[in-house]
Design a protein around this ligand. Structure first.
Ligand SMILES: C[S@@+](CC[C@H](N)C(=O)[O-])C[C@H]1O[C@@H](n2cnc3c(N)ncnc32)[C@H](O)[C@@H]1O
Length: 270
C-alpha cells in the first residue's frame, strides 16, 4: 500500500454498537455481541423454537417448500434481487435481521460486508461456524431493538420469521432507522394465515391443523402462535412505513415488502 494511504477497515458489530445510545450493547462472546433484552410473548416462543430441536426437525419441510418454488437460489433471489438491483456489487454494508445460520449469504455479492442479528443464539453460533468471516459481525438481539446507530447500513433485509416478530411496527421502524436514507429495506415471509387453508379449518376443527403442524416437528407453543395469529403483519408494516410496496413471491404463497419502491434510485453506497 502506498505510504500515506491508510487501510480502511470495516467496523465490527461491537464497534458499530458502541456508537448507539440505545443502551443494549453488552459484551461479546464467541464473536457475537450480546445485546439481547428480557424476551416475552412471541419473541420468547420464537427464540425457544429456533434455539431448540424443533427448528432442526422442521427445517426439511422449509427446504422442500423452497424446492417446489424452484430451489434455494431461485426462491431466495425473488427477494434478494431487490437488494442486488439497488446496490449492485459495489462495496456495501448490509444487515440481515433474523439471519439464522446464514443461508442467504452465499447468494449475495462477496464485495458486501454483511452483518447479522438474531434472537436465537444457537443460530448465530451456527452462522459463525458456517461462515468464519461473520466473526465480529453478529449480534444477539431482537429486531425491535437493533443495537446500531441510525443509518449504519446501506441496506437491511429479513427473510422468514417476520410474521411472528413480537412487534411488527417497531421492527420495521428499526430496520428503516439503521438503514441510510434511500437505502433498501426488504422483508419477506410466507402469506400469514396459510394454515387456515388446512382441512381442519375448512371443516371447523382447527385442532386438526394444530395436530398435523406438530407432527411436522413444530413445538406446541410455536404451533399455537402460528395458528392463532390474528394479525396481518405486512399490513402493519405498510402502515408504519408509507411508500412500502408489497409484491407476491413463491407463487403467491409468500410476500415481499420493499422500501423505497423498486425503480426509485436508492443512491450509491459508500
Ligand atoms: C425462518 S428463520 C430464517 C433464517 C434466515 N433468514 C433464512 O432465510 O434462512 C427465522 C429467523 O428469525 C429469527 N427471529 C425470529 N423472531 C425474531 C426477532 N423478533 N428478532 C430477531 N430475530 C428473530 C429466528 O430466530 C430465526 O433464526
Amino acid at each position: 500500500m502506498p505510504a500515506g494511504i491508510a487501510e480502511i477497515t470495516e467496523p465490527t458489530t461491537a464497534e458499530l454498537a458502541a456508537g448507539c445510545d440505545r443502551g443494549r450493547g453488552g459484551s461479546s462472546r464467541d464473536g457475537i455481541l450480546d445485546a439481547i433484552g428480557v424476551l416475552s410473548g412471541r419473541n420468547r416462543i420464537a427464540a425457544d423454537f429456533y434455539d431448540g430441536p424443533g427448528w432442526i426437525r422442521f427445517r426439511k419441510w422449509e427446504r422442500l417448500f423452497l424446492a417446489f418454488q424452484g430451489g434455494a437460489r431461485r426462491s431466495r433471489m425473488q427477494i434478494l434481487r431487490h437488494l442486488v438491483e439497488s446496490l449492485q456489487d459495489a462495496p456495501a454494508r448490509v444487515l440481515e435481521v433474523g439471519i439464522g445460520d446464514g443461508e442467504n449469504l452465499r447468494f449475495l455479492p462477496e464485495s458486501w460486508t454483511i452483518h447479522g442479528v438474531d434472537i436465537a443464539r444457537t443460530q448465530l453460533v451456527a452462522c459463525r461456524g458456517r461462515y468464519p468471516r461473520m466473526d465480529g459481525r453478529l449480534a444477539w438481539a431482537e429486531a425491535e431493538h437493533l443495537p446500531y446507530p441510525d443509518g449504519s447500513f446501506d441496506a437491511c433485509y429479513s427473510v422468514g420469521g417476520f410474521n411472528y416478530y413480537g412487534n411488527h411496527a417497531a421492527s420495521i421502524r428499526e430496520m428503516r432507522r439503521v438503514t441510510r436514507e434511500g437505502g433498501p429495506v426488504v422483508v419477506a415471509d410466507e402469506v400469514p394465515g396459510l394454515q387456515r387453508a388446512g382441512i381442519g379449518h375448512l371443516i371447523g376443527r382447527p385442532s386438526i391443523d394444530k395436530a398435523w403442524l406438530r407432527a411436522l416437528g413444530l413445538d406446541a407453543a410455536f404451533v399455537d402462535m402460528v395458528v392463532d395469529l390474528g394479525l396481518d403483519p405486512p399490513a402493519l408494516a405498510a402502515a408504519e412505513l408509507p411508500g412500502l410496496v408489497r409484491v407476491p413471491i413463491w407463487n403467491r404463497l409468500g410476500y415481499c415488502l420493499i422500501h423505497p419502491a423498486p425503480g426509485r434510485p436508492a443512491g450509491a453506497s459508500r
